[in-house]
Design a protein around this ligand. Structure first.
Ligand SMILES: Nc1ncnc2c1ncn2[C@@H]1O[C@H](COP(=O)(O)OP(=O)(O)O)[C@@H](O)[C@H]1O
Ligand SMILES: O=C(O)C1=C[C@@H](OP(=O)(O)O)[C@@H](O)[C@H](O)C1
Ligand SMILES: [Mg+2]
Length: 174
């Protein structure tokens, strides 16, 4: 299998952390769409949202997703990449999509420990636990729709990598 592997899930799900470790395990390249945007434009997510609003960021994110897609690559997407039907269809057709799933409380704890404000300007203006509950309510069905495999993301990163490797060995779940 040489097709790219796309990591999807909410903020704090571990897409960047687990995706990078997974790439090492597989001997694949690793790319992150937000890091690609920073590298190619010099702008962080917060910079782009300040200048162009979320609409501008989402447009750039769709372009980034296509630009980084190549064989033998693990792609960490941003948490909102699944919002566009175009992105969900693109990922499902171009490769294998893994949803790293964790409850809102786990996500909120991780984000409180490492807020990375340049990377994660507020989505709702609400406190972080409420924000993550709202985000999962709005997006859970989209993560599920995009994913070929849903993987429990609550364990430590090395264990999550093992679970993804197990899932990749299975026939496409959906
Ligand atoms: N499986 C995990 N267990 C514990 N902490 C994790 C795990 N995955 C990620 N983290 C931590 O959570 C924070 C967000 O991880 P990150 O990989 O940036 O998530 P995402 O890219 O999905 O937003 C980081 O501080 C990271 O170290
Ligand atoms: O959930 C979201 O809408 C977003 C998640 C972020 O990526 P991570 O999921 O890697 O934090 C980043 O793309 C941007 O702040 C929007
Ligand atoms: Mg990330």
């Amino acid at each position: 299998m040489t097709q790219p592997i796309f990591m999807v899930g909410a903020r704090g799900a571990g897409k960047t952390t687990v995706g990078s470790a997974l790439a090492k395990t597989l001997g694949y390249k690793f790319v992150d769409t937000d890091q690609h945007l920073l590298r190619t434009s010099g702008l962080s997510v917060a910079d782009i949202v300040d200048r162009e609003g979320w609409e501008g960021f989402r447009r750039r994110e769709t372009e980034a997703l296509k630009a980084v897609c190549s064989p033998l690559t693990v792609v960490a997407t941003g948490g909102g990449a699944v919002l566009a039907q175009e992105n969900r269809d693109f990922m499902r057709e171009a490769g294998t999509v893994i949803y790293l799933r964790s409850p809102a409380s786990t996500l909120a704890n991780r984000l409180e420990d490492a807020p990375q404000e340049d990377q994660r300007p507020t989505l709702t203006g609400r406190p972080i636990t409420e924000e993550m509950m709202q985000v999962l309510n709005e997006r859970e069905a989209l993560y599920q729709e995009a994913a070929h495999h849903v993987v429990d993301g609550t364990q430590d990163p090395a264990q999550v990598v093992d679970s993804v490797m197990d899932a990749l060995a299975l026939p496409m779940a959906r």
